[in-house]
Every structure is written in C-alpha cells, then in structure tokens.
Design a protein around this ligand. Sequence first.
Ligand code: AHR
Length: 816
Amino acid sequence: MKKILLGVLLATTLFPVAYADNPIRGWLKPYVNGRGLAFEFSSDSLNWEVLGGGRTFVDSDFGTWGAEKKMADPCLFLNENGLWTLMWIPNPRYHQYAICTSPDLIHWKPQDYPPLTDEIQRSINECRQTTLQVPWSLIESLRERCSYLDARDQRNAETLLDDDKRFADLQPFNIHLSFDPASSKDISDKLIGVFFEDISWGADGGLYGELIQNRDFEYSPDDVMGRNPDWGPLYAWSIDKASAEISTQNPIHANNPHYIRFTAKEAGATLSNTGYDGIPVKKGEEYLLSFFGRKEARMGNAQLTVSLQDDSGKRIATANVRITSNDWKKKELTLKASADASSTRLVIESGEPQTFCLDMVSLFPRHTFKGHRNGLRADLAQTIADLHPKFVRFPGGCVAHGDGLHNMYLWKNTIGPLEERVPMPNIWRYHQTLGLGYMEYFQFCEDIGAEPLPVVPAGVPCQNSSWGGPGQQGGLPFASTLRMNEEIEPTLTMEQYTQDILDLIEWANGDAHSTKWGRIRAQGGHPKPFGLKYLGIGNEDLISEVFTERFTYIYNKIKERYPDIIVCGTVGPFFEGSDYTYGWQLATDLGVPMVDEHYYLGPGWFINNQDFYDHYDRNRPKVYLGEYASHTNSRQNCMESALTEGLHILNLERNGDVVAMSSYAPLLCREGHGNWNPDMIYFNGTDIHLTPGYYVQQLCGQNSGDHYINGALSTDGLRLPENVRKRLAYSCVSDSESGDIIVKIANLLPVEVNTELNLGMLQDDEKAKAIVSTLSGQPTDRQATPVTRNQDLIGAHFPCALQPYSFTVIRICKKQ
Ligand code: AHR
C-alpha cells in the first residue's frame, strides 16, 4: 500500500507549475464516461477542456455484458516503476477492485480484479478525483491519439451505401490482371472452415435432429435467469384431463433428475409436446419415438396411444404402446407420417384413468444426416457440408467457456447414453440437452471430411459471466489453493480439469483396446480413432493473471504429453487492445503454434485494412481467424457484408502462409430465436434461407487451394484513385489435388470492370475449361445467389467482365 500512496504523491507533486501560454506542464482530470476512463485537461488548472470529445482510454471489463460493467471511483497514479496505474471499483455489489497499468495512458495491460481489502478501499478513496500535473507532451500525445482514432473511425465508417455520391462520376473501365507462377508460395490448405456454436438455437432446435423440446423435463428457470415465468420443467408440454407433477425421486439417472408423473383423470387424457415451434413431418417418412416409462406399483399396464397431430387435431401418424414395468424401461416405436405437415404436436393419450411416469421422450426423423441414430437434421447438415469446410470448430464461442465456473462446457458430460449426459443452461439463455455432444461433433467432422477443432475452456469461464458471481470468478482453483476460495464451491480443480483435457485427446486418438479413453470411444460406437490434430484452449478470454496462469499450465501439460497436437491460444475479442496484445505476447513466449483472433467490424474496416496480415511476423504463431463477420449498420447479411467478407478472404489467401484457418461466425440461426445478427444460415422447422455471406464462404470453400500465385493489376495508363483501387481485390491459388487454378476477384464498385486475365501458367495455345461463378447484387440485396457458367479457354489470355458489386470465381481446369 505504501507503494501506491508513494505513486499518488509522485504524480501530484513532482512536476513544476505550468505556464498557460507556452505550457511545459499541464493538468489532467480523470473522470468516468460510461464504463471507461476519460480526461479533462488544462494548461493552467483553471480552464478545463474535455479531451478527445470524452473518448475513453480504458473501459471496465468486469462482469456481465451491458449495464453491469461499471467503473466507479477511478484512482490514477504513477507507480514507482513509472507506470500509470488505474484502480477502480468495478461494481459495488462485489468485493473486488480493478487494476491495470499503462506506460503512456494509451496502451493498457489487461485488467485484474483482486479481492478488495479495507486498505485498498482507503487508498482508492484518498486518490480518486485527483487532478494530475503532467508533462504537456503527455496531454499532446493523448490528443494526437484521439485525432488519429477519430480519423480512423471516419475512414472505417465507409459504406457501399454512400457510393452514389462517392463514385458519382465513375465510368466502367479496363484492367489487366497478370499472374506469374514463378512468384508463388505454399499456403494453408485449411483456410476455410466453420465455427459452430449452440447460439440462436443452433444445436437444440437446430442442427441436432431431436424434434421434442424439453424431452428430459430438465428445463429450469436458471436457463433464462428467471426472466420467463413459463420456462421450467413443463415448458413446451401441456396436459389435458390430467394432473402432472415433476418428480425427482428415483430418476433414470442422477444426471437427469427430473421426470413427469402423469395422472390421467379419464380415458383420453393427454400429454403433448409442441417441439421447437411445432414438429414438422413429411408424408411417407418414419419418425423414431423413444421414451423411458414406469408405471405405478399396484396399477395395471398403462395403455397409451401416441400420435402426431396437426393444428386441426388430425392424426398424421399413430402407434400404440404399453408401459408394463414398475422400473424405468426404454420403449421405442416408429411413427409413419401419412401427410406433410409443417407443425404437428406429439400427443400421448392415456387409454384409461391411470398414473405413469415418463422421461427422455424423444422423436427423431429416421432420415438423419448419414442415417446416424441420435443424428443431425439432414438438410442443415448438408447445407454446412456444401460449404466444403476444411474444419469444424465447436462447441463455441461463449458456450465453450460458459457463464460461470459451473457452466463451463465439459466434454465428458456430453458423451455416452443420452440419459447420463448432464444438461445445463446455455449462456445464450436457453437450455442445452448436450444430445449433440462430442461424439456427434466428431462424427459430423468425419462425415464431411473436416478436421475437428474442439475448443475447451482455459480453466476460466467467460469474463462476462453473471451466474454464480461475476467475470472469471478466480478460475478453477489449483488443488493447493482450494480452501482459500470459499465463495465459489468448485466442481473441479485445475489438475483434474487438465487431466480431462488430456483424456479428451486420448478419447479422440487412443487405441480402442489398449487405452482407457480409446475403449470408451469404441464402446460409444466409434472404434477407429478420430485423428484429432487441433485443440483450442480458451475463447476470447481476458488475459488476466488468473487466465495466464491456467492457460500456461494446460498448455505445458499438453505439450509434454502430446507434442504433436496443434494447440490454438486465444487473443481476445478484438483486433487490437490489451487482450490482443498480451494474448499474442503470451502465445509467442510459450511457443503456442496458433492463436484464435476474433473481430466483428463494419464493412469499411475490411475495405481499409486489407494489409492487416501483410505485416504479420511469419516467425510468430500462426493465425486462426476463428470468428469474424462484416457488420453493416443494419446488421443484415446482405451483399455489402458478403462482398467485404469476400474481399477479406482474398487478403487471407494472400497471407495464407501466416493465416492457417478462418471461420465466419455465427453459423446458424433459427428464425424467431436469434441471439445475434447477422448469421450465415437462417432456418425454421422446414426451410433454410441462405445468405449472400453463405455463398461467398461456399465459393471460397469449394474453390480453395494450397499454393498462392502472385498477381499484378495494371490499367491502360489510367491512374486509379485510391478509393477506387481499394474496391478491387483478387487472388490466385492452385490446388495440388485437382491441378486446377482458381482466380477470385472482388469488385466492390458500382460499375462494371472489364478485366483481361493473363494466366502465366497456361501456354499460348493450351486449351482449358473454366467454370465461372458470379455472385452479384446491390449492397442491400439479401437474396442474391451465384450464377455459374462454363467457358472454354484457349491460351493464357481470358477476358472477364466483372459485374458491379460482384464476387467472381474462375476455376480453370487444365486436366480435360
Ligand atoms: O459468435 C457469437 C459470439 O461472439 C461468440 O460466442 C463469442 O465468442 C463472440 O463474442
């Protein structure tokens, strides 16, 4: 504490008095703007001006998103090492303070939130609202920083929607694009993949084929933080001529404690489930119904009729079943639909007054993706497969590290019999059955020929957590510190948790006979190892001390035991800032092979930062751009977002020697249940709506290569203004498997650009076939679909008219 007070003293007394007309020194008055630190400044300590229009220099990142992130009583001082130190109370509801340091008030180290002691509280009280006398050059540097950021914000606010003014006089023009095979490099063959997360009903009610909602009666008010009074064990269920209670006595399995005890008051009493916005069925298709049932002791067999009924009550499929046992018994039967219906309900009808218990009531189409039991919705899975992703990242996103220590996604809870899995609240405020678990994710990857890229928490939950305490909650405790952390009762120690991660690798890759977890995988139905190569640790985490210690521990253990696994670290949610800088620093220091970058930014950022990776150090970790999307002001997936994402992919391809992987996020959204916008694929129970962004990913996924060929753009003496030139991007790759050459061109201009391609890799009289695919449309267009045509080529020169606002892929097949 003495050190802190010394710092306060230094900052307030060491600098001599300033001269107002020719300042050497000036004054800074820190204040809070929103959740961040802003300044007023003065050259005479009498007249004050707001610095940078109130721009904040560090924002509190403690606790839940939104209004819960606060900054009170900021105390800023120079510490004895000459570092600016900022302390504040991040939220008076919790006994923690926040602290971070900076050499210049501009670049800040990640924040830490240690316990608040009386001594710290006293010193914060003493120093808050202090006016600081500082060198005038410091004030100047802050003002310059604000001007730089203002100019940058203005540049990055560029949107295609203003183009009628920006390019009012622009006429169609000609360009030449020449590609020189002598100037080329190897690039990643895994550049385009998918990011899968159970957000916006992406898994339950989405990709997972289950048609019954709340099949296990495990919905809990915690799922929605009590915000929906209807949300609980009977959600999506209704009863008629009956009474029902939710019981936990003698359940099928302790991991699934709730079940329904149903008492029919008369024959014809029903228990119905509405599924996820209705249960869609197709004429002639079979649906597999299963449930666990138990009759009451001393009662006769329970006679039930099970049917799928449309809105008018018409039965589309019917079967009869009896519950004959006093112990839980699984029943399975098939329902065949006699008609199409977009929205039916499952109705379980009692033949007489009686009492019985049900749990795990499940209905799957027989036709799932690749026909797996407990499988995936076929049309959605196929839509993802059609992207030709080279990898699938799962299970998130924020779902991976979860809302608090008790909500971390633990892979072992997601394998084995469904009734033994551990359902839990989803951080996006609904329920996870975990029926789509690690076995199903790995199986999907195998089915579509994509590398699995699981992401496990780094022993810390999301820094935005709200459940069981705010933020990272101190992370999972190491065994040695267990007793010290009394507030949060841990489920696991770091040592146990890290062993679970090692077990995951053994589960995925271990021999089915000689390893424990390989055997468990085989018992689960997959004797052949999955061949896991990649493993992500952490997601967008705050690079706090708590995180750093845990990440380092996990990383070293994996490296020691499985040196060939390509571990992917995390560098925060932005393309800059303290988590980005220090996440990169940590990964570089540890020698982590790859890091996961995330950024969601406006179209103008993508247009104006095309060299983002050109200057990346090739000797540092590789980049996995794990989450990105172009967010227009209207936050819609439209041609403007798609074109700027396409532009970015071309820049990624050019940098495919340092960018190893990329995935757009988020992937799926069930209409009416969106947690996030925009997404790549929208769907309801029966239909899938693809977006321009989907088509750009698909064009690039289906036309990826492993070798980059440098190109040059020239004009016939025309000097293209910078704002025109940056709206054109191109890339040329070759694919060693097919031998094909692929040119991709983005034209983000409102005019046609006539292009002559000069393909140095073709002889003058060589014949080839080209498949030309073009996606074009006005910036706000959300319905654009690509058009594909074939063209015969002779020789190296190939004319191609680039339509206004278009993304064109030319695949040249030399092998006839
Ligand atoms: O993609 C949606 C969310 O964005 C992810 O869950 C999270 O990682 C990011 O903040």
